[in-house]
Write a protein that binds this ligand. Structure first.
Ligand code: ZN
Length: 172
């Protein structure tokens, strides 16, 4: 597997609307695996194709379930890995309830911001083989999904943040 180079602002691709994925060939499978590797190495919890200089509607998300709810930590049940592949994703339903939370972005190193997102969303898209899939997600997962899906339209969290600030080293 290959670790891809993550592009940073002001790279113009980060501001472009990405194109639908239409080919579900071997190259796409390798690309998806490379994106997971690149995200883990960074490390991050989500990575969209435009962030590795590819104008495609594709993003990967992965994190340990206990990162979402540390208070649920249970030593007898090790944290579960949550993993999602978003291909040509579309929000089909969004909760009226919105929540504020802190975000960062691998393409905007050193900056954090507080962003309002839908608390829960339903998303339809395709899996890595081109078959239709639907996700119902809430909380932190819904936040990551919305952040990554924005990347596919050239939108960055700093566009939506109610405030942004310089991260201290330990926060990054
Ligand atoms: Zn990002």
């Amino acid at each position: 597997m290959t670790i891809k180079n993550i592009v940073h602002l002001p790279e113009p691709i980060l501001r472009k609307k990405a194109k639908a994925v239409t080919e579900f060939n071997k190259e796409l499978q390798t690309l998806i695996d490379d994106m997971f590797e690149t995200m883990r190495e960074a490390p991050g919890v989500g990575l969209a194709a435009p962030q590795i200089d590819l104008p495609l509607r594709l993003a990967v998300v992965e994190y340990l379930a206990d990162e979402e709810a540390p208070e649920d930590e249970d030593s007898e049940n090790p944290p579960k890995k949550k993993q999602y592949i978003l291909i040509n994703p579309e929000i089909v339903h969004a909760s009226e309830e919105k929540v504020l939370g802190v975000e960062g972005c691998l393409s905007i190193p050193g900056i954090l911001g507080e962003v309002e997102r839908h608390e829960a969303i339903q998303v339809k898209g395709l899996n890595r083989h081109g078959k239709p899939v639907k996700f119902k997600v809430k909380g932190w997962t819904a936040r990551i999904f919305q952040h990554e899906m924005d990347h596919l339209d050239g939108v960055l969290f700093t566009d939506k943040a109610v405030r942004v600030w310089q991260a201290k080293e330990e926060e990054e």
